[in-house]
Design a protein around this ligand. Structure first.
Ligand code: IPE
Ligand code: IPE
Ligand code: MG
Length: 238
């Protein structure tokens, strides 16, 4: 029998982890200190997911547009990511978490990419939470890449135009094989999507927190899930 209480737990949560820079500025610290503190908050979100029973967690860690930030900030973010992968990877593995990544990963520096590939391979047989990092990710880029792949299949005769439907299109996105997010959390009080999962978030419930990401702790995460449970998802029906 299905447990109704369990049914209302979001299967997939996506987070726009925003406000690291402001967190640091408010403390008179350099922006990169905010990113460092933000990496700690990731650990809490992963733990909360494990405790609550969430199956997929997609974190917006670096957008296509973030490449346009000052070079030293981009470099600091890449170094932090490598460090995160090195130190947190073991911890993640022990928790039975499987790491994945979406985005134009070939744009990442080679060292970062290698470290990422290594952790993805090491955790590939874990069957607990799927932690999906959106890196060098832009939803419009993803949609363009999917469109190009579909066009090539049509051109080669492997696919007919009439066959293209929601499922076929979804399966050509980077998020292939992942259910759409049920809940989107954005921190730092900004009310925008910033080129994140535009297709996949079509029917997600949205939770905006005024807190900056490094201040978003387990309790805040739990509160977002509690609020989600009381939302009435209608999917266009009555
Ligand atoms: C989010 O924090 C982290 C990344 C975009 C990498 P920000 O760096 O955007 O912080 P704010 O929005 O400037 O405070
Ligand atoms: C979105 O935050 C990207 C990530 C959290 C990685 P930004 O700070 O880059 O977005 P905008 O510029 O406020 O829209
Ligand atoms: Mg920001």
């Amino acid at each position: 029998m299905t447990d109704p209480a369990r049914e209302s737990i979001p299967r997939h949560i996506a987070i726009i982890m925003d406000g690291n820079g402001r967190w640091a500025s408010e403390r008179g610290l350099p922006r990169k200190e905010g990113h460092r503190a933000g990496a700690e908050a990731v650990r809490e979100a992963v733990e909360a997911c494990n405790e609550i029973g969430v199956r997929y967690l997609t974190l917006y860690a670096f957008s296509s547009e973030n490449w346009n930030r000052p070079k030293p900030e981009v470099a600091a973010l890449m170094t932090l990511l490598e460090r995160f992968l090195k130190t947190k990877a073991k911890e993640i593995g022990k928790k039975n978490v499987q790491l994945k990544a979406i985005g134009r990963l070939d744009m990442l520096p080679e060292r970062t990419r290698n470290q990422l590939d290594k952790v993805i391979a090491e955790t590939s047989s874990n069957d607990g939470l799927t932690l999906n990092l959106a890196l060098s990710y832009g939803s419009r880029e993803e949609i363009i890449d999917a469109t190009k792949a579909l066009a090539k299949e049509v051109q080669s005769g492997a696919l007919s135009v009439e066959e293209i439907d929601h499922d076929i299109f979804s399966s050509h996105l980077y998020t292939n094989n992942t259910p759409d997010p049920d809940l989107l959390i954005r921190t730092s009080g900004e009310f925008r999507l910033s080129n994140f999962l535009l297709w996949q978030l079509s029917y997600a419930e949205i939770f905006i927190s005024p807190k900056n990401w490094p201040d978003f702790h387990k309790d805040d995460f739990r509160a977002a899930v509690e609020e989600y449970k009381h939302r009435n998802r209608r999917f266009g029906k009555v």
